[in-house]
Ligand binder design. Structure first.
Ligand code: 5GP
Length: 114
């Protein structure tokens, strides 16, 4: 069965897509935690960071260069932003299709609340 994010990538479910190429799709998070909250998702289904293969290195690097370019386009590059990839239960992962969160647009506070 297709993951939720595969269905967004295939335009079967609505989302505000801000960037798409053959390798990644970026769209706005449905519950934004910051003024800018974008998810950068590979077309290849990799469930978690634990499942990243050595052969995925270029793809993972591409996710970061897309995040860099989107940060510039969203006007948050100079002030700064946060990139997060949650993994499994302790990481708070909800959707088991790898994704990079791009968050910014305000001071984000401490990295992890304790
Ligand atoms: P995770 O906790 O897995 O790192 O993050 C999953 C993210 O996906 C959450 O921030 C959540 O708000 C977002 N999300 C879940 N379902 C949808 C959806 O249907 N559309 C969009 N645009 N974002 C979603």
């Amino acid at each position: 069965m297709a993951t939720l994010f595969e269905r967004i990538i295939a335009h079967e479910l609505p989302a505000t897509i801000v960037y798409q190429d053959e390798r990644v799709t970026a769209f706005r998070d449905i519950h934004p935690r910051a003024p800018v909250h974008i998810l950068i998702v590979p077309a290849k289904v990799i469930p978690t960071a634990n499942d990243i293969a050595d052969g995925d290195e270029a793809l993972i690097g591409h996710m970061f260069t897309v995040a860099r370019d989107l940060a510039k386009r969203e006007g948050i590059a100079a002030d700064g932003y946060r990139l997060i990839m949650n993994c499994n239960a302790h990481g708070g992962q909800e959707v088991y299709h790898l994704h990079l969160h791009l968050l910014g647009g305000k001071p984000l506070g401490p990295m992890v609340s304790v």
